[in-house]
Design a binder for this molecule. Structure first.
Ligand code: SF4
Length: 195
C-alpha cells in the first residue's frame, strides 16, 4: 500500500508531470541534487518582482482591492502536501494564488497542475474559494488568469497516489515520452536504458 504519510511537495507534482522518474529519484534513491542556474536566478528575480508588485494596484488581477501575502509556506496534513507560493491575493470572499514566471513560453500542463495544487492548499488554508489563479509573466509585467478546472484538481490527487505507490513499491517508472527533455536532465546518468 502507498505510504499515506509520505510528505510530498508541489515541486514533486510538477516534476511528475514532466517525467515520472524524477520524484522517484528524489524519494527512493539518495541522488544528490544541486541548485540549477534557473533556480538561483529565480530567487534573485523573486526579490525584484516583490518590490515592483508592492507598488502596483490590483487592477491587473481584475480586483478592486485585497491583501498580498508573499512567499507563503502552505501545508495540508490531509493531502500530505506542502509548497511555497510566490504570492496570494486575499479578499473577503476569495483567494487568488500567483506564481511568478521568468520565461516567455506558454503556460504548460505541468504548470497548470502546479497551480491546481496551490489552489487546493490555499482553499484549505484560508477556507475561501479560489475562482482563479494567475501566472505573473515577469518580462511582460502581466498577470495571466488561469481557470483551474476540476480535472486538474483531480489530477493532483491521482498523481499524489501514483508517486506514493511508485515509492512504496520501489517501482521504477517509465521514462518520459518526450525524449528532448532528457538531454539537459540532471538525472540522465541514472537513465541508462534510454540512450
Ligand atoms: S533523463 Fe529523461 S527519463 Fe530520465 S529522469 Fe530525466 S527526463 Fe526522465
Amino acid at each position: 500500500m502507498p505510504d499515506r504519510k509520505l510528505e510530498l511537495t508541489v515541486t514533486d507534482l510538477k516534476q511528475h508531470a514532466y517525467c515520472e522518474r524524477i520524484p522517484y529519484f528524489t524519494h527512493v534513491l539518495p541522488v544528490e541534487q544541486h541548485p540549477t542556474y534557473p533556480m538561483q536566478r529565480g530567487k534573485e528575480t523573486q526579490a525584484v518582482v516583490e518590490a515592483l508588485e508592492k507598488r502596483r494596484g490590483f487592477r491587473g488581477y481584475g480586483l478592486a482591492g485585497g491583501r498580498r501575502l508573499f512567499g507563503l509556506s502552505l501545508q495540508s496534513e490531509r493531502l500530505g502536501l506542502h509548497g511555497r507560493l510566490d504570492l496570494v491575493v486575499v479578499t473577503d470572499e476569495a483567494c487568488f494564488p500567483v506564481d511568478f514566471k521568468d520565461t516567455d513560453g506558454p503556460v504548460r500542463s505541468n504548470h497548470r497542475l502546479q497551480m491546481a495544487a496551490y489552489c487546493l492548499l490555499v482553499e484549505e488554508a484560508f477556507a475561501r474559494p479560489v475562482p482563479l489563479a494567475f501566472v505573473y509573466l515577469i518580462s511582460r509585467r502581466e498577470a495571466v488568469p488561469l481557470a483551474i478546472s476540476g480535472a486538474y484538481r483531480e489530477s493532483v490527487l491521482e498523481r499524489l497516489d501514483a508517486i506514493r505507490r511508485s515509492v512504496a513499491h520501489e517501482a521504477f517508472p517509465e521514462p518520459t515520452a518526450v525524449r528532448a527533455r532528457c538531454t539537459g536532465c540532471e538525472f540522465r546518468n541514472y537513465c541508462g536504458d534510454i540512450w
